[in-house]
Design a protein around this ligand. Structure first.
Ligand code: SF4
Ligand code: F3S
Length: 106
């Protein structure tokens, strides 16, 4: 499965949802997640994210490991999103900032 990692937080560009053939993205206030049981591992979303926030679970960096569990947990709680929308207002300035996990809203 593919995983949305930390750099999506406070950016939420949503280009990823447009390319997913099975619509397995779920939306929170400032972050998106992938439902691990619905993702078919096509990899189309990985290059579509302007923030490079999506990776295969087999390629997760050590400091992003916790996002596998977070994607599964939050996909069960949040609503599906299949249509692209505007990024969050300060997306460009948050892209690439370290330590964004503390800003995750549920
Ligand atoms: Fe959707 Fe494919 Fe990305 Fe999985 S890898 S979330 S199926 S676009
Ligand atoms: Fe997030 Fe990238 Fe999608 S910033 S909303 S994973 S396009």
């Amino acid at each position: 499965t593919f995983i949305v990692t930390e750099n999506c937080i406070r950016c939420k560009y949503t280009d990823c949802v447009e390319v997913c053939p099975v619509d397995c993205f779920y939306e929170g206030p400032n972050f998106l997640v992938i439902h691990p049981d619905e993702c078919i591992d096509c990899a189309d979303c990985e290059p579509a994210c302007p923030a490079n926030a999506i990776v295969s679970d087999s390629d997760l960096a050590p400091d992003q490991m916790q996002f596998a569990k977070l994607n599964a947990e939050l996909a069960a709680l949040w609503d599906n999103i299949a249509l692209k929308k505007d990024p969050l207002p300060d997306a460009a300035s948050w892209d690439g900032q370290p330590g964004k996990l503390e800003y995750l809203e549920r």
